[in-house]
Design a protein around this ligand. Structure first.
Ligand SMILES: [Zn+2]
Length: 304
């Protein structure tokens, strides 16, 4: 699943490739990608003759801003954009083609077919789904320490699922949440309201740093994309927690542990990210149960 840094890289690439181009006509080969309007012929008709003015991003949504219309596009699991010459063969799983007047084509390919496209009059996109309920934008100037504190508020939700909630903050997927929490030294199961003020501010900085460095890493692949590979891949980020189960923590050397938090695979350094009281208590209880001992026995054992 592309996360915010990947989508931002796609945005930058598209900004370089298609701004100034005018759509001659549009071919929709798989109508279900087009969510609004629900008639793909109308979708195509609305886009004819429009010139792309800029490519923006909100969370993991791309906004192709054109004269008089805005296309909101979500890549979901496998969506890819690529710019081709019109004489290049059309690859499998190409579902929407934007034919430009200069003989090039923007092709949307999606093996899983989960991607979506919505058309809006300019400004209308903020009033209705999918953009109307999105939370803070972590790479925007509006993402201040104050705004982050307010968003967390007095919530008692565990911090990891809270950060994954797009209505609180957008664009943070499983990978970058694990990375940001690891960098800030916060256990993912800590209730948001139990995180100390200085740690919360540290987390704000880790979110920005984690995402920006990933965006910068992704930026370097723009050239190969332009050269006609036609699709974006994932980038090799230097991940410090995610996917490193059993490998030593870069700060303290303890092996990174994997658990499940809110149904998602979660990577934690047991030393740098101390669990909250509730989790500690639960763990020692389940350890006791596994050994078949009573709590009393365990306490006795400690006293020996
Ligand atoms: Zn550590």
């Amino acid at each position: 699943m592309p996360e915010l840094p990947e989508v931002e890289t796609v945005r930058r690439t598209l900004q370089q490739l298609i701004v100034g181009k005018t759509i001659d006509h549009v071919t929709v080969k798989l109508p279900r990608i087009v969510q609004k309007p629900d008639d793909p012929h109308l979708f195509a008709a609305w886009l004819e003759g429009r010139t792309v003015r800029s490519v923006e991003r909100r969370g993991k949504f791309l906004r192709l801003v054109m004269d008089g219309i805005v296309l909101v596009s979500h890549l979901r699991m496998e969506g890819r954009y690529g710019l081709y010459r019109q004489d290049e063969p059309i690859e499998n799983h190409t579902h929407v083609i934007f034919h430009f007047t200069d003989g090039t084509e923007l092709r949307y390919k999606d093996v899983r077919q989960f991607g979506t496209m919505h058309l809006f009059l300019p400004g209308e996109e903020w009033q209705s789904p999918p953009l109307n309920k999105l939370g803070l934008e972590p790479l925007d100037d509006s993402f201040t320490i104050e705004a982050f504190r307010t968003a967390l508020g007095k919530r008692t939700t565990k911090i990891k699922p809270l950060l994954l909630n797009q209505e609180v903050i957008v664009g943070l997927g499983n990978i970058y949440v694990d990375e940001a929490l690891h960098m800030a030294g916060i256990h993912p199961e800590t209730p948001a309201n139990e995180i100390a003020k200085n740690k919360r501010d540290l987390l704000h900085g880790s979110i920005v740093e984690t995402l920006s460095s990933a965006v910068n890493a992704g930026g370097s692949s723009i050239k190969s994309y332009v050269n006609g590979q036609g699709e974006m891949g994932f980038f090799q980020h230097s991940l410090k927690a995610y996917g490193r189960t059993g490998e030593p923590c870069h700060s303290c050397g303890s092996p990174i542990e994997k658990s499940v938090v809110g149904g998602r695979g979660t990577h934690v350094c047991p030393k740098c990210q101390k669990p909250p009281r509730a989790v500690k208590a639960q763990r020692s209880l389940s350890k006791t149960n596994k050994r078949g001992n009573t709590v009393k026995n365990r306490l006795d054992g400690k006293n020996r």
